[in-house]
Ligand binder design. Structure first.
Ligand code: NAG
Ligand code: NAG
Ligand code: NAG
Ligand code: NAG
Ligand code: NAG
Ligand code: NAG
Ligand code: NAG
Ligand code: NAG
Ligand code: NAG
Ligand code: NAG
Ligand code: NAG
Length: 669
């Protein structure tokens, strides 16, 4: 079966449908074998298993693919032993009970290779809805083998990449050799680093890319990957009793198709199927610039894709080999300029003042993290006391991280990333102070100029914005005069700015479905992250809720209420802009079977926060407000898991002295 001719493809689909009339579609047993162009089809029709020939290749392979208008192969059995003649290959249950691919000469090209299957002809193989091919004992139903434990180049939902805690043994993805040759290529991907697990790509044995440690929610070194985490990545096996770590992911919506593919050049692509355009689109990739290549700038060097040259030594360090470095050969890295206190002591010179730390913001933390059980300030003091510690960082989930050897594979991000503290001699710190006077004078001068400029721009903008919004508001006679006044109190955002921030309201940026329309994640030009709720234009409903929300929430401010940043009423759009809540809503924690478990302390904090928010709404605010749709999905969590009540679309304002009111509208859930 060839993928390059769409017409053939259609005919083949028709053929295979025809051939399978009256037989079980997704299962193969000892009484039945499969040969080209027959296929097995998963029960829900998403996957097919059969023989295929890659474009421009003369060989054929047994594989599993997404059965879309553009098929995407996710698994290949006989990668290194192709069939020379596709029409002669067979997939069958062999007499030893294993599933095998056999060629014309009855040679076994591939086998599931399970030893000691008890009753030889009682095994069956099934292509499940997850895309997993499972060999099981027919009578007992116990699983003997599955394709998910022998991954190829694709990570799918529910598949696990594992790492044995005792011997570091891994299940890995392995790239194809080229786009037309599925045999095992140069690149591998899997979990690495037992003390703070993270994802790695290797070229042969050499590290080629790393994700940065997992902190319970994100990989610390991949700030661009945010949207994915909403789909529920999990690092499992962290309990003491379990002998392997594993990483896996699942989505709430079964029909969403999003996979990770390690391509022949060693780049991991996150691609999803776009039902509207019938195409595979990329939403993230591990290689955005050369800075993403492991150890690009050598030891103690930091890579910044936006500067030129991209590599620079950390503050307090200088190139080890000046000449090479100037020729942009960064491999030897940098060395420390001024010795640390410990070094001075061991060399017998004067101890001098103690060392200090330089802070590096928005950094990809270096490789070879050591985890220490110290909390907050202890991390710093303990590091300073120990001569081996040359840098530290702190994350509330991983806690204290130390580095004791070369700092390698650092990158400066434009936003995101972590704060890294690098130990330097007091001489470096003093130098910083010397510079401050210069900096202060410059700042004052530049500052004055900036303030004048800003004031002018602000004055210009307010006048134009007011002109524009006034025009638009007049257009909409549905909105009563009260609402008009309220709209003007809220900051207005331009529609095209929001479109850019959300990548044209891209599906990949969708956070969920709110009361009256989808909610997207966006990043404004200045890097601020926002949540954007867009009233569906088609529905025609929700205008009342929109205005209600603007009126209610613009009057309120409380730590436990979500903050409205502004709205947009450009071009018939009705859009609300909120602060972005990285930790999703509470229901994601309470109902998600693979989600993290909140401990009691956190739960109590969340409950207390909700109660405070309600108390404010009911009693302490200027208005008296009944929310009327308080549920888990309307409780959002910020980065410190502080709860914030959201969605005031159906809230009702009461007078201060009003205790009861009648309503004839049914609202909420
Ligand atoms: C297949 O070969 C043709 C001609 O050599 C080439 O133009 C095309 O890009 C190839 N396709 C792939 C997917 O390699
Ligand atoms: C492939 O196998 C089929 C059936 O066994 C046979 O008719 C055909 O000639 C073979 N093709 C080649 C190129 O060997
Ligand atoms: C099956 O196992 C044997 C020995 O354990 C090994 O030599 C062979 O390569 C394996 N075959 C496959 C297809 O994994
Ligand atoms: C296995 O298959 C053979 C022939 O197909 C049949 O005679 C035998 O009874 C089967 N054994 C079992 C345990 O099903
Ligand atoms: C497997 O079991 C099912 C029912 O449990 C039976 O219908 C089928 O014939 C069995 N297949 C084999 C190959 O034993
Ligand atoms: C992990 O490695 C240990 C030691 O080699 C072994 O006993 C254990 O079975 C392995 N666990 C898994 C899940 O492979
Ligand atoms: C990729 O790099 C470009 C600049 O090189 C940057 O603007 C963009 O934000 C980066 N994207 C991600 C996902 O990191
Ligand atoms: C799941 O995704 C499909 C396709 O994108 C969409 O049609 C469907 O409405 C979604 N279901 C839910 C419950 O969001
Ligand atoms: C860079 O320097 C290293 C030694 O420091 C040397 O082995 C390597 O060949 C150099 N690379 C290039 C491209 O000059
Ligand atoms: C410490 O002593 C060694 C050898 O005696 C010398 O190579 C090194 O440069 C000295 N370091 C400092 C900081 O003086
Ligand atoms: C200093 O840190 C190193 C590396 O983590 C550790 O092995 C050593 O025990 C520590 N020394 C002291 C005195 O704590």
């Amino acid at each position: 079966m060839r993928f390059d001719h769409y017409r053939n493809w259609k005919i083949l689909i028709m053929l295979s449908c025809f051939m399978h009339v009256g037989t079980s579609l997704d299962t193969i047993s000892s009484s039945k074998f499969l040969k080209d162009p027959e296929t097995l089809r998963s029960n829900d029709g998403l996957f097919k298993l059969g023989f295929f020939t890659p474009t421009n290749s003369t060989f054929s392979y047994l594989g599993i693919w997404y059965d879309m208008a553009k098929p995407q192969v996710v698994w290949v059995a006989n990668r290194d032993y192709p069939l020379k003649n596709s029409s002669s290959g067979r997939l069958e249950i062999f007499k030893d009970g294993n599933l095998v691919v056999i060629n014309e000469q009855n040679q076994i090209l591939w086998s599931t290779n399970v030893s000691n299957i008890a009753v030889s002809n009682s095994t069956t193989a099934q292509l499940q809805n997850s895309g997993n091919l499972v060999l099981q004992e027919n009578t007992s139903g116990s699983m003997l083998w599955q394709s998910f434990q022998q991954p190829c180049n694709t990570l799918m939902q529910q598949m696990k990449l594992t790492m044995n805690k005792t011997n570091g043994e891994k299940t890995e993805l392995s790239s194809w050799r080229s786009s037309q040759d599925p045999s095992i290529g140069d690149f591998f991907a899997g979990l690495n680093r037992l003390n703070a697990p993270e994802m790695f790509v290797w070229r042969g044995e050499q590290p080629y890319w790393r994700s940065g440690p997992w902190n319970g929610q994100v990989f610390l070194g991949t700030p661009g990957m945010n949207t994915v985490y909403l789909h529920g990545f999990v690092l499992g096996g962290q309990e003491a009793g379990e002998d392997s770590y594993y990483i896996t992911y699942t989505y709430p919506n079964k029909s969403d198709v999003l996979i990770y593919v390690l391509n022949p050049k060693g780049i991991v692509h996150e691609v999803y199927w776009n039902y509207e355009t019938s195409s595979w689109l990329e939403s993230w990739s591990s290689q955005n610039s050369t800075c993403d290549i492991y150890g690009m700038c050598g030891a103690f060097g930091s890579c910044d894709p936006s500067s030129s040259p991209i590599c620079s030594c950390l503050r307090g360090f200088e190139p080890m080999k000046e000449e090479e470095w100037n020729k942009q050969n960064w491999t030897s890295g940098c060395v420390r300029k001024e010795p640390l206190q410990c070094e001075r002591v061991t060399n017998g010179s004067e101890a001098g003042k103690s060392d200090g730390f330089l802070k590096m913001q928005d950094t990809k933390l270096p490789d070879f993290t050591e985890r220490k059980p110290f909390i907050d300030d202890d991390c710093r003091t303990k590091c300073l006391e120990n001569c081996s510690c040359i840098a530290y960082a702190y994350d509330s989930y991983i806690q204290c991280m130390w580095w004791t050897s070369n700092l390698i594979d650092m990158q400066k991000f434009s936003s995101g990333g972590s704060d890294l503290y690098i130990r330097v001699s007091y001489l470096e710190l003093d130098e910083k102070k010397k510079n401050t006077t210069v900096i202060v004078t410059t700042t004052v001068i530049v500052g004055t100029i900036l303030i004048v400029a800003c004031a002018y721009i602000l004055w210009k903008r307010t006048t134009t914005i007011q002109k524009k919004t006034n025009q638009e508001i007049q257009k909409r006679d549905q909105i009563n005069s009260l609402s008009k006044a309220k709209l003007e109190e809220v900051s207005q955002y331009k529609f095209d700015k929001l479109a850019i921030a959300t990548n044209n309201f891209h599906l990949a940026n969708k956070l969920g479905e709110g009361g009256f329309g989808p909610v997207y994640k966006g990043t404004l030009e200045d890097g601020q992250e926002i949540a954007v709720k867009r009233l569906s234009r088609a529905s025609g409903q929700g205008l009342e809720e929109f205005m209600n929300e603007v009126i209610v929430i613009s009057k309120l401010q409380h730590l436990n209420l979500v903050r409205l940043l502004g709205c947009c009423t450009d071009a018939d759009e009705k859009i609300l802009i909120y602060e972005y809540m990285p930790n999703r809503s509470l229901d994601a924690y309470m109902f998600d079977p693979v989600g993290q478990v909140l401990d009691w302390e956190k739960r109590f904090k969340i409950l207390e926060g909700i109660a405070r928010g309600l108390l404010y709404l009911h009693r302490d605010s200027r208005l008296r407000i009944i929310h009327r749709d308080l549920k888990l999905s309307n409780i959002l969590l910020d980065e410190e898991l502080n709860p914030k009540i959201s969605d005031f679309g159906t809230a009702r304002i009461f007078g201060r002295s009003e205790d009861a009111a009648n309503t004839n509208r049914v609202v909420g859930t």
